[in-house]
Ligand binder design. Structure first.
Ligand SMILES: [Zn+2]
Ligand SMILES: [Zn+2]
Length: 419
């Protein structure tokens, strides 16, 4: 029998998992330092949530969802992103009844059916942050700062932060009209996808990566020129807070988010050397999302960061993560009776907080020492019947090979000194 894993998913073996855990620990510490708390929502949700929360016109909903029916014929979907579920949980659990803001983060697997290619998986992982119930520009700046600081903290070089304001429904209406008037006569020069976008959502034409479309839209009207006074003021405040924290950003008037509930701040973090998938993080304000999902009007701002891309960028730049764990010790027992007593000793040392391994193959002393070497043990404690009789163990320093006896009652204290 040789069953293989399905296309588009990965195994994370222990060595790789250690890197993921390191990054996740850094994420948790950073979120905690700003008062964000972890939320865990289900891996699947009602399909309707994503149709409304992610947008029925998006590629994600049209082409990329893993949708299935349960035994009662209800349509369910493996979550393709995290924000819609966080907003749903916020409304469903009536968190709005408590004092805002609600500062939440999540880390977990997401699912999208995309053409398998380098750096794209059907199951991938995102870290996301959402601040709900606040329209304060400081919340936008805090979110951007947090995403930026994570990259810095992990030692990524050459990151760039692109920032824009996409305005509110009021100023965007004017912009839409100007953009449509500009694009309509140029429609024949656009790709087939963009001609459809022009009808449904002209903003997304600016997003197209195809050369002819980029050339056609090069002289298109720019959104920041159409901001209303309120949006203009909000954007200026966000920028001033970013300047106050020395967070370097570049203004990018092309950075748009295609859906109606996105407003004001939009940002992206780009890592060099990841090819077409160079954005590791994207986010912004989405004040209209909660109402779209049937909840009470609630402003919100957040981002999602692709962990495969983040770890890919770390590997690309040869950033070595400090992965060393606590020291390991091996208890090598010789003989059946000694083994029974060593088991008890191991349990006591583990309870005292030490990492203690025992050979699980009933091997000779020589093999147990080899085992200790392979496991990177700092010391091996040899428990022969003779030693245990005298109430000692022989402690062998695995680097030098030196050996000395330590009385059993002193072992836990001695371990603290041995480190
Ligand atoms: Zn506005
Ligand atoms: Zn196009």
């Amino acid at each position: 029998m040789s069953i293989q894993r399905p296309q588009g998913v990965q195994d994370f073996l222990p060595r790789q998992t250690a890197e993921w855990q390191y990054v996740e620990n850094e994420i948790r510490a950073l979120c905690q330092s700003c008062g964000y708390e972890e939320i865990r929502t289900p891996v699947f949700e009602a399909t309707e949530l994503f149709r409304r929360g992610v947008g029925a016109t998006t590629d994600i909903v049209n082409k990329e969802m893993f949708t299935f029916e349960d035994k009662n014929g209800r349509s369910l979907t493996l979550r393709p992103e995290g924000t819609a579920a966080v907003a749903r949980a916020y409304a469903e659990n009536k968190l709005y009844g408590q004092t805002p803001p609600w500062k939440l983060y999540y880390i977990g697997p997401m699912f999208r059916y995309e053409k398998p290619q380098a750096g794209r998986f059907h199951q991938f992982h995102q870290f996301g942050v959402e601040a709900l119930g606040t329209g304060d520009p400081l919340a936008d700046a805090e979110i951007v700062w947090l995403a930026w600081t994570l990259g810095e903290k992990l030692g990524l070089r050459g990151l760039s932060l692109r920032l824009n304001s996409v305005g509110c429904p009021v100023c965007r209406r004017n912009y839409h009209a100007a953009l449509t008037a500009f694009l309509q006569p140029r429609a024949p020069e656009l790709c087939a996808d963009c001609r459809v976008r022009l009808e449904k959502n002209p903003l997304r034409v600016l997003d197209c990566k195809k050369e002819p479309c980029q050339a056609t839209t090069a002289a298109a009207p720019e959104l920041p020129d159409y901001l209303c006074p309120d949006c203009r003021e909000h954007f200026a405040a966000v920028r001033s807070y970013l300047a106050a924290t020395d967070t370097p950003y570049q203004l990018d008037s092309r950075l748009v988010r295609g859906l109606d509930y996105y407003c004001k701040t939009a940002f992206e973090i780009i890592a060099p050397g990841l090819g077409a998938q160079n954005a590791i993080c994207g986010g912004g304000r989405y004040d209209g999302l909660m109402e779209e999902l049937g909840g009470p009007p609630t402003p919100g701002v957040g981002f999602a960061l692709g962990l495969e891309r983040l770890l890919g960028a770390l590997a690309e730049q040869n950033v070595s993560l400090p992965l060393s764990g606590p020291p390991r010790y091996v208890l090598a027992a010789l003989g059946a009776e000694a083994r029974r007593r060593a088991v008890r000793l191991a349990a006591e040392l583990r309870a005292a907080g030490f990492t203690v391994l025992m050979d699980l193959q009933g091997q000779s002393l020589k093999s147990q020492l080899k085992f200790a070497d392979r496991k990177g043990a700092a010391f091996t404690f040899i428990c022969g019947e003779n030693e245990l009789e005298r109430g000692v163990v022989a402690a062998r320093d695995m680097r030098t090979g030196e050996q000395r006896e330590i009385p059993l009652p002193e072992l836990a204290r001695a371990l603290k000194d041995l480190r």
